[in-house]
Design a protein around this ligand. Structure first.
Ligand SMILES: Cc1ncc(COP(=O)(O)O)c(C=O)c1O
Length: 401
């Protein structure tokens, strides 16, 4: 018997399947489309270096001291102003700076989920959110969806099927993993149903700025501020290593989220917050983010072209209009998890889609990131994947009676 008796929730803390896969796939010689990392070429190293110097020169002791749990005041103001550009009305007092938006998910789980309480999620959904919520022992309700996001009708039945649903976790922009975006009408319909059914919404939006053709519609939270918690992040527009995100909460809920944060880490790095404020306060992102969009758009185009050339008939995908991912459904009979070792052997890696489902995974799905490989490596990687899939088709044909 072990000396250590672990809490029940410890059994629900599992290694991220993606991180486990990355260990296998990030070997030399493997073209990995498995990671969910932004391109390191997009990190504004010079601007961050200059901001670090300035903070250490001008306010070194303040920056290196403990700081307020709510976050650095000017940064909170800046976030509120940015969100106002998207039609959100929150005041700076409703902004909580978090240690990545991943911490926002943890805080939301801590404050809103009791063991056995229903939580509605998209099908599929962000794996990291399932990981964040799991220790609080929710019962997931998987919302049926289509190319435009979850179906409003799926939310409508929840008061009967899953009474007391604590919230619906929604990713309207270039969703991880599917890359899909919810059109304006879908957002409006979901809000209408959520209001009627009294189901709050947690809106997670780390990819909204990474659009290729046109900016996404207004956030869901803009239409129902008192019923939504909004999560944002600096990871995809500046750098994930800074671990900086934010949440915006209704005034009714904010104090509890703040207390949960205090208990968890006292505050997010004050130094990093000042550095980021220094970088962004004069409109830097309005100049910088278009360069990321242009880079990712070219990579998206390269992957779209390579998929058209190399995927076997019966493979389905849609070119994403922003974000970082393609989502593929392989022809009937395929199992993406089973194929991964063979793909890695052939020098290419992806994430099997099964990990992104709260229930009933579709084994034919997989996620490809297009942002960390060059356009020529994307072409080579997709070609290699195509060869593996064609070999599998031949194998299936041989064993068919
Ligand atoms: C949908 C979604 N939410 C949240 C996060 C967490 O981001 P961070 O904690 O870096 O802000 C990610 C990271 O990939 C994500 O894809």
């Amino acid at each position: 018997m072990s000396l250590w008796t672990q809490a029940r929730r410890a059994a629900r803390l599992n290694p991220s399947i993606i991180r486990e896969i990355l260990k296998v796939t990030e070997q030399p010689g493997v073209l990995s489309m498995a990671g969910g990392l932004p391109s390191p070429d997009s990190f504004p190293v010079d601007a961050i270096r200059a901001a670090c110097d300035k903070v250490l020169r001008d306010v070194p002791r303040e920056a290196l001291q403990y700081a307020a749990s709510e976050g650095f005041g000017p940064l909170r103001e800046w976030v509120a102003q940015q969100l106002a550009r998207q039609g959100m009305t929150a005041g700076a007092d409703q902004v909580l700076i978090t240690t990545g938006s991943q911490q926002g998910l943890d805080l939301v789980g801590k404050v809103l989920i009791d063991a056995g309480a229903p939580v509605a999620v998209e099908t599929p959904t962000y794996l990291g959110a399932l990981q964040a919520f799991n220790p609080f022992e929710p019962i997931y309700v998987s919302l049926e969806g289509d190319a435009d996001g979850p179906l409003p009708a799926a939310l409508e039945v929840l008061p009967h099927d899953a009474p007391g649903t604590r919230f619906a976790y929604l990713l309207p922009n270039f969703q991880n993993p599917t890359g899909r975006i919810m059109p304006r009408e879908r957002r409006a319909a979901l809000v209408r149903v959520a209001q009627t059914a009294a189901i709050p919404i947690v809106e997670d939006n780390p990819y909204g700025d990474l659009w290729f053709d046109e900016p996404p519609p207004r956030p869901i939270t803009a239409a129902w501020p008192e019923g939504c918690v909004y999560l944002g992040s600096f990871s995809k527009v500046l750098s994930p290593g800074l671990r900086l995100g934010y949440l915006v909460a209704p005034r009714e809920l904010y104090p509890k989220l703040l207390q949960a944060k205090q208990a968890s880490d006292l505050h997010t790095s004050g130094f990093n917050q000042r550095v980021v404020y220094e970088v962004v306060h004069d409109g830097f992102l309005d100049r910088h983010v278009p360069t990321i969009r242009a880079r990712y758009r070219a990579q998206r185009d390269a992957m779209a072209e390579a998929l058209r050339r190399h995927m076997p008939e019966g493979t389905a995908w849609r070119a994403p209009r922003g974000g970082m991912f393609f989502w593929l459904q392989l022809p009937p009979g395929f199992d993406a998890t089973g194929l991964l070792p063979r793909a890695v052997e052939a020098g290419v890696a992806f994430v099997p889609g099964a990990a992104f489902y709260a229930h009933a995974p579709d084994p034919r799905t997989l996620r490809l990131s297009f942002v960390t490989l060059s356009t020529s490596d994307i072409a080579d990687g997709v070609a290699a994947l195509g060869r593996v899939l064609h070999q599998e088709l031949e194998r299936q044909a041989e064993i068919a009676p």
